[in-house]
Design a protein around this ligand. Structure first.
Ligand code: PMT
Length: 220
């Protein structure tokens, strides 16, 4: 890759989990550490991009020289992307937003009176799908965290959410997906190309993803 090949490009990256409160002292979330999204932000910045990193709670030191937007819930992540979307050239959705939230958030601490606790959950908005429907010239990159039928499910997600390409990780593989410093992925694009990548550092993978973004920006 070339230094500065993302100059003058506004790149919005989502990272990390979202969290959804259950009551004043509890919340639900998932195992996303934010490492994949932060690696993308760091490398995009090094390549000259104007980077906006929209992130759920993580323990990672953010890269300097970028705009950092901290959110908690999936709906907050949607609003934060909304505020940045119109004038961006690239949206990369590396976050793992919670698909459901509790139907009601209890105002007081839920008591452990019953052996079985039943709760109802309602669907959160699908951020990627929403912006996939709205996009004009933006390049959109999605991720898919799968445990089976990886290629088939990832292709379906790419089409439904209108991604230009999708990065699928088998989250059951050692060294892939959530929490690790490394990832093992398959990248699938709209032309039907399917490329398998070996285990590598998330920063190295970030540059492979950004190379593909640059190729698409040149074509557009
Ligand atoms: O954060 P790390 O620990 O480094 O882990 C990285 C990762 C495994 C979280 C990352 O590589 C990854 O795969 N992110 C996507 C996880 C996910 O939510 O996958 P999904 O298959 O449920 O969603 C597909 C796509 O839609 C994703 O781009 C996701 O960001 C997006 N999505 C999902 C749900 C939702 N409500 N809104 C969304 O925009």
């Amino acid at each position: 890759f070339k230094d500065g090949d993302l100059k003058n490009q506004k790149i919005v990256i989502t990272a990390g989990p979202t969290i959804e409160p259950l009551d004043p002292v509890r919340y639900m979330t998932n195992f996303s550490s934010g490492k994949m999204g932060y690696a993308l932000a760091e490398e995009a910045k090094k390549r000259g991009g104007e980077v906006v990193l929209i992130t759920g709670p993580t323990n990672i030191e953010p890269p300097t020289g970028i705009k950092l937007v901290k959110i908690n819930t999936t709906r907050e992540m949607l609003s934060a992307v909304e505020a940045e979307f119109d004038d961006c050239q690239v949206l990369i959705k590396a976050a793992a937003p919670l698909d459901y939230r509790p139907n009601e958030v209890s105002n007081s601490k839920i008591k452990k009176n019953n052996d079985v606790l039943e709760m109802k959950f309602i669907k959160n908005p699908d951020i990627a799908k929403h912006f996939g429907e709205m996009k004009k010239s933006q390049i959109m990159v999605g991720f898919a965290a799968e445990t089976e039928n990886i290629i088939e499910y990832a292709k379906g997600k790419m089409e439904r959410k209108n991604f230009d390409f999708i990065v699928a990780n088998d989250v059951l593989k050692e060294g892939a997906g959530f929490k690790a410093d490394t990832n093992i992925v398959t990248i699938i694009d709209r032309g039907g190309e399917v490329e398998n990548y070996p285990l590598m550092e998330k920063n190295k993978l970030a540059n492979i993803i950004l190379d593909k973004v640059v190729e698409l920006l040149i074509k557009s």
